[in-house]
Design a protein. Structure first.
Lengths: 289, 362
């Protein structure tokens, strides 16, 4: 596709985005405004992530895209194809082989290395947004480190439900300073936010980029007597038998029969290749999928 | 045994093929040409150019054809194309006083230099379906008069001379470009106007209407509404002077609004301003009303808490491409987040149930 520049965006735009990324890395958890462009996919489909990926990709990269943990969901397919077409980069479904991974709503089960970049698609970057609708106000609250409202919300959850009633997009504090929205990942994934790889967050419609540098302290907000608890379905994967991975629940029949399987399709397939078999699984065959 | 659902790629390809077939419709009906859309669906083309922020009737017509007549989808196509274009620079401000007016009406003066020109308007048509059009759409020959040549002074300039209207001094500073810098609040008036002119027609109309119905009422008179072509000029540094690079049709609306005076201003009329690509009268008038409502702070008026006065509310929600994207994205898979909610609600219900049965036992 020679009509467009490498990875679609022009070099000036990529430079502008890279500057925002560098600023984000320098101030972990701080939301950097950037002049988000209209992309050829709709806002809400991952335009922020796509712009960040476009800015960091080089011709030597190997690119992986997951949506809900899966490589084969339609939007993951669509974004992967977009960069295949506009950047001609190698693509992969294997987490270990990818140098740049764009994700929506999950962190891969397999630990990332220092030479990998994880790019998140972010719908609402502002963790305080549903407590305070005004951007002018929330920016002020971050500047003054005024996070009392968030703690009151968590406290009210406990007094009302006996638990913190946030299951995904669970707020974190980065390096003891900024409260940050980790994007709508399940809170099961929150402990993995402290990792060796670089994590970049792109919110296209809201025109914000933020970042977590490698090995940065990321603490999920909680109380001493109500500590943060990552949760998952209390099952093992029915395909590969994994007990430690995040599971999707599938409805199998009219009678409400269920099965559980890894949301991370690469993790599940890799385990099955290694010979792990779950309760409803069959031994792995190359063409079974 | 369960086999994981694969085939996203094939599903996408098939969906695209089906979409192309649906777009074409019945093959026994001749295909629409881009030129037909451009010439006969001009107001749709104008809206797509205005909200797409790109003045190109051919591309807008193509986008409408490709989008199967869904104008927001067409606007999206134009916006996505627009961002890939290099930016050579900025034009000089267009001089709407020199506009070759096709239409020019004033609601505040019965007559004024330059006259009232009704132009091609729906205003006094009776909205009766014209069944003759279904069979034969050729227009009857109409008499043509000599167009008015030379500048048509703005109605506002007459009020200006009497100092009855708040002055709007010209500035030399180059305003920010909404499409090149992130919107930060408070926004300058120039940025607000950029946002309004590309904002969704329906949204801006609704906001404007709300001011008329009492939410930050600022009773507006249309001092002047003019539609016509203006020259776009650009300074070429190598040449040292400005050259005309093209001509565009725009709609300009200036409103005169009542103003009681405040601590900082004596009683004086105030202005609202609308300028939109193409023949887009409804949008230009709406824009002027919303512009005026958003100016409450600089004019020292009270914040009445009305939606149209709330810059953050208006500017953050006027863009239909942002809005439709975020709204429609909720149909994408969310099963990971939903799964975590499922687990949470099961847990909360279990705990609540335990509490209830414990209390019943006591």
């Amino acid at each position: 596709m020679s009509d467009y520049n490498f990875a679609y965006l022009d070099e000036q735009t990529k430079r502008m985005i890279r500057r925002a990324i560098l600023k984000g890395l320098a101030i972990p958890g701080y939301q950097v405004p950037f002049a988000s462009r209209e992309m050829p996919m709709p806002y809400g489909w991952g335009t922020g992530g796509v712009q960040v990926s476009a800015a960091v990709l080089t011709p030597d990269d190997t690119f992986k895209v997951i949506d809900q943990g899966a490589d084969d969901t339609t939007n993951a397919v669509s974004i992967r194809r977009f960069f295949q077409k506009t950047a001609g980069v190698a693509v992969t479904e294997a987490t270990a082989e990818a140098s740049v991974i764009q994700t929506r709503h999950r962190i891969p089960e397999q630990d990332l290395r220092a030479d990998q970049i994880l790019v998140y698609q972010v719908p609402i970057p502002e963790p305080l947004r549903f407590l305070e609708p005004s951007e002018v106000e929330t920016r002020k609250m971050h500047a003054l480190e005024e996070y009392g409202l968030m703690h009151v919300k968590l406290y009210e959850d406990i007094s009302q439900h006996g638990d913190i009633a946030t299951a995904y997009a669970y707020p974190v504090k980065v390096e003891g300073r900024y409260v940050m929205d980790p994007s709508p990942i399940p809170k099961f994934d929150n402990p993995k936010l402290e990792m060796a790889g670089i994590q970049l967050f792109g919110a296209g419609r809201e025109q914000r980029i933020y970042a977590i540098p490698p090995y940065t302290q990321v603490v999920s907000l909680d109380f001493d007597d109500y500590p943060f608890q990552p949760t998952k379905a209390d099952h093992a994967c029915d395909l590969c038998g994994a007990e430690e991975s995040y599971l999707d629940e599938l409805i199998m029949d009219d009678a409400g029969g269920r099965m559980f399987m890894c949301s991370d399709t690469d993790y599940c397939a890799t385990r099955r290749k290694q010979g792990h078999v779950g309760a409803q699984g069959v031994p792995y065959k190359e063409d079974a999928a | 045994m369960y086999v994981a659902v694969k085939g996203g790629e094939r599903a996408i390809d098939n969906a695209h093929a089906w979409l192309a077939e649906e777009r074409r419709g019945d093959l026994d009906v001749p295909e629409l040409s881009v030129a037909q859309i451009r010439e006969q669906m001009t107001l749709a083309v104008n809206r797509v150019m205005a909200e797409g922020s790109l003045y190109d009737p051919n591309l807008a017509a193509l986008a409408i054809k490709q989008a199967r007549g869904d104008l927001i989808e067409a606007i999206f196509l134009i916006r996505a194309y627009r961002t890939t274009l290099p930016r050579f620079g900025g034009s000089n401000p267009v001089e709407t006083e020199t506009m070759q007016c096709e239409r020019r009406v004033s609601a505040t003066f019965k007559d004024a230099p330059g006259g009232q020109v009704l132009g091609p308007t729906f205003d006094y048509t009776h909205r009766l379906l014209d069944f003759k059009l279904a069979a034969d759409g050729d227009a009857a020959d109409v008499a043509v008069s000599e167009p008015h040549r030379g500048a048509t002074p703005h109605i506002m300039s007459f009020l200006d001379r009497e100092d009855l209207i708040q002055t709007e001094p010209a500035g030399d500073d180059v305003p920010d470009d909404l499409t090149r810098t992130p919107l930060e609040l408070p926004a300058s008036r120039a940025l607000r106007l950029q946002s309004l002119t590309r904002g969704d027609e329906g949204f801006i109309l609704g906001m404007a209407y709300s001011t008329q119905r009492g939410y930050a009422r600022n009773h507006a008179f249309v001092a002047e509404l003019r539609i016509g072509s203006v020259a776009v000029e650009m300074d070429i540094p190598e040449l040292g002077f400005a050259i005309e690079i093209g001509e565009i049709t725009v709609t300009e609306c200036e409103t005169v609004n009542q103003f009681q005076g405040s601590k900082t201003q004596p009683p004086q009329f105030t202005r609202g301003y609308g300028l939109v690509f193409g023949m887009t009268e409804r949008k230009a008038i709406s824009m002027a009303l919303v512009d005026r409502a958003l100016r409450w702070k600089e004019l020292g008026e009270d914040n009445l808490g009305a939606p149209a006065q709330d810059e953050e509310f208006v500017l953050y929600h006027s863009d239909n491409i942002q809005a439709t994207g975020f709204l429609e994205h909720i149909k994408l898979p969310h099963y990971v987040d939903f799964q975590s909610e499922l687990e949470l609600i099961r847990k909360l219900r279990r705990e609540a149930h335990d509490t209830i049965s414990r209390e019943a036992a006591e």
